[in-house]
Design a protein around this ligand. Structure first.
Ligand code: AMP
Length: 229
């Protein structure tokens, strides 16, 4: 072994593909804990940019509120910057990126520069009809980020986070019935073609994401354990 050399074991890169409400964020957080990977949600990064009123955030705000996709240039730049943070060396779970074939090509190029590639692109398969109900009922703890749902995962005490005890519960501005329909449309028109894209590269796996959260988590963990072995 070379003295003082950095060991460059290729870090794991997982993609969670699926429409809004498929449970990408919830499952990404569980995989983070189980496999020591870092969740990268372009939606979260964009919401941070909007809150911080950066140029990218100002450009993205109205687009996000309408349920359409933010321009590829903005999202790719945000992801490229985040991938450079040292914690990403552990490996990443991409949640909500790529969402277009332009983004998928940009990701492949970014990873190639680093001697990495996509280990698995996991399509979380769901019925569209259930997504509006799933999304309209969801909320998050503003303090620790734990996700909840009015029907499927309420907190033990209403309004109080089970995990950290905070009462700072938040609902996303774009989690309303009209915007959800637009977000689903954007998914089918621009993101669903990525299923074929990753089928062609040989990275695609599929998961039935209509099951209970714990069962999906267990199926995903088995799949991820296999692709990272
Ligand atoms: P999400 O939190 O993943 O549901 O994303 C919320 C919103 O952020 C989306 O409806 C888009 O407007 C925007 N967004 C997030 N990720 C992307 C992406 N990869 N490409 C384009 N827009 C995105």
């Amino acid at each position: 072994m070379m003295d003082g050399a950095t060991t460059t074991t290729a870090a794991t890169v997982l993609i969670l593909l699926g429409p809004p409400g498929a449970g990408k964020g919830t499952q990404a957080r569980m995989l983070e804990e189980t496999f020591g990977l870092v969740q990268l949600s372009t939606g979260d990064l964009l919401r941070e940019a909007v809150a911080a009123r950066t140029d990218a955030g100002k450009a993205a705000k109205a687009v996000m509120e309408s349920g359409k996709l933010v321009s590829d240039d903005i999202v790719i730049a945000i992801l490229r910057d985040r991938l450079e943070d040292p914690d990403c060396a552990k490996g990443v779970i991409l949640d909500g990126f790529p969402r277009t074939t332009v983004q998928a090509d940009a990701l492949a190029a970014l990873l190639k520069e680093r001697g990495q590639s996509v280990n698995a692109a996991i399509s979380m398969d769901v019925d569209d009809a259930a997504m509006v109900e799933r999304i309209s009922g969801r909320f998050t703890c503003g303090h620790c980020g734990e996700g909840y749902h009015d029907t499927f995962k309420p907190s033990a005490t209403s309004g109080i986070c089970d995990k950290c005890g905070s009462s700072d519960m938040k609902r996303r501005a774009d989690d309303n019935a009209e915007t959800v329909v637009q977000r689903l449309e954007a998914y089918h028109a621009q993101t669903a073609p990525l299923i074929t894209y990753y089928e062609r590269t040989g990275a695609l796996s599929r998961i039935d994401a209509m099951k209970a959260i714990e069962e999906i988590a267990s199926n995903l963990s088995q799949l991820v354990a296999k692709v990272t072995a």
